[in-house]
Structures are given as structure tokens and as C-alpha cells.
Design a protein around this ligand. Sequence first.
Ligand SMILES: Cc1cc2nc3c(=O)[nH]c(=O)nc-3n(C[C@H](O)[C@H](O)[C@H](O)COP(=O)(O)O)c2cc1C
Length: 178
Amino acid sequence: MFQAGLPHFAVGPIVKGFGRGSRELRIPTANYPDEVVQNLPKEIATGVYCGFASVNKEEVHKMVMSIGWNPFYENSQKTMETHIMHNFQDDFYGAELRVVMLGYLRPEKKFDSVDDLIAEIRADIDAADALLNESKFSVYRTNCFFTEDDNDQQKSTEGVQKTRRRGLCNHVESCILS
Ligand SMILES: Cc1cc2nc3c(=O)[nH]c(=O)nc-3n(C[C@H](O)[C@H](O)[C@H](O)COP(=O)(O)O)c2cc1C
């Protein structure tokens, strides 16, 4: 379960994906723009991860994330797609998504059917639900990364470095604030 580069903190706006997550899979995902994906450290491999996420600095929830090319759909662009383990009533395109990736679950796979893909993602969610209760992970739910107020927000990569120097978020690597 050890994965180089973890924990990894990322911040960025939510952009539209292909919409298949909600439509076909009934497992909605929040997608990051390409700039955030490109900022991932090299040691973070493609695959499925779990951790915590918040939208617009509201409540922190468990999450599972897929990083890669979605071999089932053969995407041409690498994506970072977060499924937040909470029932949201509305879409939140443009909102700020904060995530901390803590555990690596598995590599991306190609499946024979949509049903098999859905079953595997459901199993990821169950695995993440249990894993994230472990104290070594659950402590991140209250990390200052999720609560720092707007005055502490970094508006640019330079801002990230300033914030890091102030010791607020030591691990922000993929950061874009709108
Ligand atoms: C936890 C999780 C695991 C995933 N695992 C895979 C996988 O193994 N193979 C794959 O092709 N896609 C995988 N996906 C990606 C889905 O195919 C993707 O979310 C779906 O295509 C919706 O994308 P869209 O919102 O951009 O339309 C996974 C997604 C999540 C959230």
C-alpha cells in the first residue's frame, strides 16, 4: 500500500469531464484542469488513490481518485478524477476542490463491461471507507490545509511557496486557485 509521493495535497477548480461518471456510472467525479494534473510529482503513478476532499473549504469527506487515461474509455488525456464520498445535491463546476491523497489502492484497469468497472469502483469506495478510518489517515481530516482562511490562501505558485515557508501547508504541490 506504500506509494512514493504520498501524502499529496492538491488544490484547484472543478472542471467538466465527459460527464460519464454521473450519466453512465452513477458515480459522479470532480475533474481537475490539465494544469493541476501536469503539476503532479513524477513519482505519483497512475492508478486509484484514496484520501480526503473538501469543496469550497466546507465539510471534509472521504474520497477516491482515479489518475490516468481511463483504459476502459481509452481517453487521450491524463485526468485526475475525484469521487467525493458524499451525496451532493448540485453540480459544483468552478468550485475549489481541495484533496489530500493518502493511500494507493490499485492500478487502473481495462474492463469487459461498464458493470465490471462500476463493481470495481464500488469495491474501491468500500476499501477506502475502511482504510481512511485508520488513525494514521484519519488525522488528515482536520489538517490545516482544509481550514486555512482566505487571508492565508495562496494565489499563485509563488504564493504556494510563501505558504509553505510559513509552515501552513507543507505538501501543496498541485495548486491552482481561481
Ligand atoms: C475510484 C475510481 C476508480 C476508477 N478506476 C478506473 C479503472 O480502473 N479503469 C478505467 O478505465 N477508469 C476508471 N475510473 C474512471 C472512470 O472510468 C471515470 O470516472 C469515468 O470515465 C467518468 O469520467 P468523466 O466524468 O470524465 O466522464 C475510475 C474512477 C474512479 C472514481
